[in-house]
Ligand binder design. Structure first.
Ligand SMILES: C[S@@+](CC[C@H](N)C(=O)[O-])C[C@H]1O[C@@H](n2cnc3c(N)ncnc32)[C@H](O)[C@@H]1O
Length: 194
């Protein structure tokens, strides 16, 4: 298999369907929490994607800038109302420099885990520290790996969606020694099989 790089997960095909599955129902609570910490802003979203959180936060009058390395995801953001006004720096959020400082920097939806090594994660925290105001906050939203008890032979297959015309499977393998997971979302439908 070709060596995996996180950017491969966010190509044009992925960006095309991202918004169909990304709404989790906790967006408004997340935005309210971030707005409170932002104290008027400005804020920076690491891995801004298609603007799931940035756009509603902007709608509350908070300036949100973003970083992302996927031009396909950012094109989706740009196509939405208000999306073209958001300043996005293209690059790796672990290292890319942005102008200015922020009262709030945040990374949500487990995206810190797209930095696959401890070194990259440390560089990210250093980068954030360089761009926070003295009283600023850094918010990381990430899952606690609760899947461990579901593993058999260090892997599982989970039915994410079962519909008449499509089945979506979550396929995961865990390497305890490296603390890495490999995970794929597989969609099966009559059209794709034809
Ligand atoms: C799961 S999406 C989350 C998007 C958005 N934050 C949200 O909550 O919907 C992950 C995003 O992170 C971006 N991304 C992943 N790793 C990155 C990196 N190292 N540097 C910049 N962007 C990255 C991807 O391009 C994608 O847009």
């Amino acid at each position: 298999m070709e060596k995996y790089k996180p950017v491969m997960s966010f190509d044009e095909d992925a960006a095309e369907v991202y918004d169909d599955g990304a709404q989790r129902g906790d967006e408004m609570a997340t935005v309210a929490f971030l707005e409170q910490l932002a104290r008027g802003g400005p804020t920076l979203e690491l891995a801004i994607g298609t603007g799931r959180i940035a756009l509603p936060l902007t709608a509350r009058g908070i300036r949100v800038d973003g970083i992302d390395f996927s031009s396909a995801m950012v094109a989706k953001l740009r196509a939405k109302p208000g999306g073209a006004q958001i300043a996005v720096t293209m690059g790796d959020f672990a290292v890319v420099a942005v102008p200015g400082t922020y009262r709030l920097i945040y990374v949500v939806f487990n995206t810190l885990f797209n930095l696959l090594t401890q070194d990259e994660q440390v560089r990210c925290f250093e980068n954030v520290a360089d761009h926070l105001t003295d009283d600023g906050s850094f918010v990381v939203e990430a899952f606690v790996p609760a899947f461990l008890h579901r593993l058999r032979n260090d892997q599982y297959v989970d039915a994410e969606a079962i519909r008449v015309d499509e089945v979506r499977l979550d396929v995961l393998r865990h390497d305890m020694a490296t603390q890495m997971i490999e995970e794929s979302h597989v969609s099966l439908s009559p059209q794709e099989c034809a």
